[in-house]
Write a protein that binds this ligand. Structure first.
Ligand SMILES: NC(=O)N[C@@H](CC(=O)O)C(=O)O
Ligand SMILES: [Zn+2]
Ligand SMILES: [Zn+2]
Length: 347
């Protein structure tokens, strides 16, 4: 048997799906991301949502102002699509050079999605403008109908929304965000044209048993919810396949500890602190560490038409214990796998 490799140096990665929030929380979480990643697609689901280019540019300035002076990081901004986003807003976004995508939240699907789209038919002209200027549509791919089982919401979304959308707008660039099922992994793998997908570390590492292991564990609750083991395996297969359609998106989503440990707890896992360590663990378990660089550092930049990063990061095989919680401004955030031992460490 070969001795396992003890360190891995790769091109600095980017996070193609991140929640930074705003204000004091943003200032607390931003250094975690900036330590690991050169750039991140910053999700627009603030309260109120980032629906205009002017708001996105102001948000970008707040992020850069909160960045510690000795760190470098480039926030890639997005707009929150509503039933009323005018096509002219897409042109303004494109012309800014700083807004890189538009996010579709089906109304009611997830955290701060109340202002999201009620019927994609209402967005037709706006989507046509996106297709025309080459502005990617990022999709939270779940239907919200109360008669659809929560574990089936992504698979049903493919049939009811994704397939018709891509038939109508074959040139529209689409990212199927945080995919969680074999159905989505295979759909993206087999699709023609401009479609990619992000995959989180937690969906590569855990199946839905984790939410209920020994009791109810709110820090493993996110949306789309973790699925059964066969789906996790299909996601690992996709992420480690070498296909350029799949790339890293942590979906790191900070919520105050008290809002997670609650009678009606918020959805979202916090992984910005230790994202690359978690991905390394998943790729290592699959015997595919050689595929990590493409997934984490190359495929996403290529999809978005951005240059690849030129500097490197190094991960070392070294165990370390995660803190139980991370103090932040007036609260604390519990990282995924809090108190657990990680096998890799970014140095
Ligand atoms: N993934 C989550 O469970 N939560 C995200 C929203 C999202 O990405 O759907 C959040 O903003 O908290
Ligand atoms: Zn989402
Ligand atoms: Zn998200």
């Amino acid at each position: 048997m070969q001795t396992p490799i003890s360190s891995l140096t790769i091109t600095r990665p980017d996070d193609w799906h991140l929640h930074l929030r705003d204000g004091a929380t943003m200032a607390s979480v931003l250094p975690h991301t900036a330590r690991q990643f050169a750039r991140a697609i910053v999700m627009p689901n603030l309260k109120p949502p980032v629906t205009t280019t002017a708001q996105a540019l102001a948000y970008r300035e707040r992020i850069l102002a909160a960045l510690p002076r000795d760190m470098r990081f480039e926030p890639l901004m997005t707009l929150y699509l509503t039933d009323n986003t005018p096509p002219e807003e897409i042109r303004r976004a494109k012309d800014s050079g700083l807004v890189h995508a538009v996010k579709l939240y089906p109304a009611g699907a997830t955290t701060n999605s109340d202002a999201g789209v009620t019927d994609l038919g209402k967005c037709r002209r706006t989507l046509e403008a996106m297709q025309e200027v080459g502005m990617p549509l990022l999709v939270h791919g779940e239907v919200t109908d109360s008669d659809i089982d929560i574990f089936d919401r992504e698979a049903v979304f493919i049939d009811r929304v994704m397939i018709p959308l891509r038939r109508d707008m074959p040139e529209l660039k689409v990212v199927f965000e945080h995919i969680t099922t074999r159905d989505a992994a295979h759909y993206v793998r087999d699709a023609d044209g401009h479609v990619g997908a992000t995959i989180t570390a937690h969906h590569l590492l855990y199946n839905r048993n984790e939410i209920f292991r020994g009791g109810i564990r709110p820090h493993y609750y996110c949306l789309p919810v973790l699925k059964r083991e066969a789906h996790r395996q299909a996601l690992v297969e996709a992420a480690t396949s070498g296909s350029a359609k799949f790339f890293l998106g942590t979906d790191s989503a900070p919520h105050p500890k008290g809002a997670k440990e609650h009678a009606c707890g918020c959805a979202g896992c916090y992984t910005a602190l230790h994202a690359m360590e978690l991905y390394a663990q998943a790729f290592d378990a699959a015997g595919a560490l050689d595929k990590l660089e493409g997934f984490a550092s190359l495929h996403g930049a290529d999809f978005y038409g951005l240059s690849r990063n030129s500097d490197k990061i190094t991960l070392r095989r070294e165990s370390w214990e995660l803190p139980a919680e991370l103090p932040m401004a007036d609260t604390s955030v519990v990282p995924l796998d809090a108190g657990g031992t990680l096998a890799w460490k970014m140095i």
